[in-house]
Ligand binder design. Structure first.
Ligand code: ADP
Ligand code: ADP
Length: 226
């Protein structure tokens, strides 16, 4: 449940596009941090740099005590949930949840324990033998989150994970995410363009604009002093 620190982090894409500009942000151990802002403000780029899916152009990125600027994603001990669920269609829910652990040669009993625990937390027990095609959008998104949970990572990174769901389901999933975070207490960085989502989910909310940090504060303080 590591702390994540961005120190003067920049991202310049080819064509001299400055997507992230001298970003300074400390995400505390166990905190739920939301990155919010309009399309193109650099949210996804910031998240992808934390994940190691995008190279940092300048600055320093820490996960826990370690500078991870040059570490590949698999050595960062984080799990990412995307808006397109990327489930394996030919596998059951149970197999989807177990697959990453199997690859890592996790002992069978440990896999069973973690899969059972994640399925319990996410209300997926009734669907363990189903394939993704036989699930609703919300159920698929829960499986995607379950795959992240079973890894027991240092941090969760989520990029608009609810944006493909309808409004009613989004509200339900927000409640589930809050509960989940309360139970697991894992450091979480959550990207959304939806201000309501940001205010209901975040312990703190970082507002980005044109690649720069405009404000970072609790939802209450942001609401009182917009
Ligand atoms: P957000 O997630 O807030 O919508 P992004 O991080 O996706 O913003 O994009 C920030 C800026 O970087 C935008 O101007 C976008 O067009 C640009 N950008 C994103 N990805 C690339 C890329 N692979 N190559 C060049 N420019 C990119
Ligand atoms: P898992 O179900 O555990 O995510 P995958 O088969 O999807 O496993 O992942 C394959 C590889 O991609 C692994 O080496 C893993 O470290 C890496 N990986 C998986 N998810 C992420 C992520 N969100 N961010 C960065 N790397 C990832």
């Amino acid at each position: 449940m590591a702390k994540i620190v961005l120190e003067d982090v920049d991202k310049v894409y080819a064509g001299n596009v400055k997507a992230v500009d001298a970003l300074n942000l400390e995400i505390e151990h166990g905190e739920f941090m939301v990155l919010v802002g309009p399309s193109g403000c650099g949210k996804s780029t910031a998240l992808r740099m934390i994940a190691g899916l995008e190279e940092i152009t300048g600055g320093t990125l820490y996960i826990g005590e370690n500078v991870v600027n040059d570490r590949p994603p698999k050595d960062r001990d984080i799990a990412m949930v995307f808006q397109n669920y990327a489930l394996y269609p030919h596998m059951t829910v149970e197999q989807n949840l177990a697959f990453g652990l199997k690859l890592r040669k996790t002992p069978k009993a440990e896999i069973e324990r973690r899969v059972k625990e994640a399925a319990g937390m996410l209300g997926l027990e009734p669907y363990l033998k189903r394939k993704p095609a036989a699930l609703s959008g919300g159920q698929r998104q829960r499986v995607a989150m379950g795959r992240a949970i079973v890894r027991e990572p240092q941090a969760f990174l989520m990029d608009e994970p609810l944006s493909n769901l309808d409004a009613k389901l989004r509200v339900q999933m927000r409640a589930s995410l809050n509960q989940l975070h309360e139970r697991l207490g894992v450091t979480t960085v959550y990207v959304t363009h939806d201000q309501i989502e940001a205010m209901t989910l975040g312990d703190r909310v970082a507002v980005l604009r044109d690649g720069k940090l405009q404000q970072v504060d609790t939802p209450k303080n942001l609401f009182d002093n917009p």
